[in-house]
Write a new protein. Structure first.
Length: 99
């Protein structure tokens, strides 16, 4: 009576740079990746399952983090997007278009 989740990459789409003249330290200077995942939830003992859900992720080279400093002023920082939790195919595509 355990629900299992199987995730498959349905498709990946690579979009061109939003601004080819942007600084290389911004995501706009790099292609972005859209990934469509298909999640299958199943339990062999449950007649209502399996259930399929689709989810979409948009990945950019840099992740922007918003916060506040000690004085309450808004801050913004940027770091390379970590894709190690994504499917191996997605990691390969991101590595190819962001290098």
């Amino acid at each position: 009576m355990a629900i299992t989740k199987t995730t498959l990459v349905q498709r990946c789409e690579v979009y061109p740079k939003a601004n080819p003249e942007a600084e290389a330290t911004t995501s706009q200077a790099w292609p972005s990746v859209m990934v469509v995942y298909q999640d299958l939830l199943d339990d062999t003992e449950d007649a209502d399952l399996p259930v399929t859900a689709t989810r979409v992720k948009h990945l950019e080279k840099f992740t922007i983090t918003h916060g506040t400093d000690d004085d309450g002023n808004p801050t913004q920082s940027s770091a390379a997007t970590v894709v190690t939790g994504e499917d191996a195919l997605v990691q390969s595509i991101c590595g190819a278009v962001w290098s």
